[in-house]
Design a protein around this ligand. Structure first.
Ligand code: HEM
Length: 141
């Protein structure tokens, strides 16, 4: 309920996910300093874990909490927010795993399919986020 100040389950889970991705992302960063040869292989994993994982998940979680309050309207759909949580994490985990593998085993159709499918999942989840918050902030009252 939007007038209460406690965090919703979706917001908590997005923040939890963001914190976990931050730990993984900076750990990979530290590994780069020890094993610079791994940078080429793991760079996409590091960048996406940090930017789509830590930064984006945190923004998603905080947005679901503050934007309905700032706009004085309840979130348009809790179910879409839950779907966004699941699809964005499934897509990102798929990306993080399949990106380095598809570079190493270039041309393996299954890995390419997994990479594109994961990217698509994340993109669809972003469209859902935009729709849900768009309806919340700009929708008719
Ligand atoms: C302990 C923390 C971190 C360490 C030690 C670290 C280290 C590194 C290293 C060594 C590279 C490769 C640079 C190269 O191409 O030679 C890199 C790339 C990158 N890092 Fe980090 N990083 C850390 C945290 C972060 C965080 C928190 C973010 C984002 C929020 C981030 C985003 C990126 C991005 C986007 C790249 C790719 C840059 C490019 O390709 O031009 N890193 N990082």
């Amino acid at each position: 309920m939007f007038w209460r100040y406690d965090l919703s389950k979706v917001t908590r889970l997005f923040i939890l996910a963001g914190l976990i991705y931050l730990c993984i992302g900076v750990t990979i960063g530290v590994l780069f300093t020890v094993f610079p040869d791994a940078i080429g292989w793991l760079l996409a994993m590091h960048a996406h874990t940090n930017l789509l994982g830590w930064v984006s998940m945190m923004i998603f979680g905080v947005s679901y909490h503050v934007l309905p309050r700032f706009s004085g309207r309840p979130l348009y759909s809790d179910r879409l927010a839950g779907l966004h949580l699941i699809l964005s994490n499934a897509g990102l985990i798929g990306l993080i795993i399949s990106w380095p593998l598809s570079k190493t085993y270039y041309g393996v159709a299954l890995l390419q399919f997994m990479l594109t499918g994961s990217a698509l999942l994340y993109a669809v989840s972003a469209y859902i986020f935009v729709y849900n918050l768009g309806k919340t902030v700009f929708g008719r009252t």
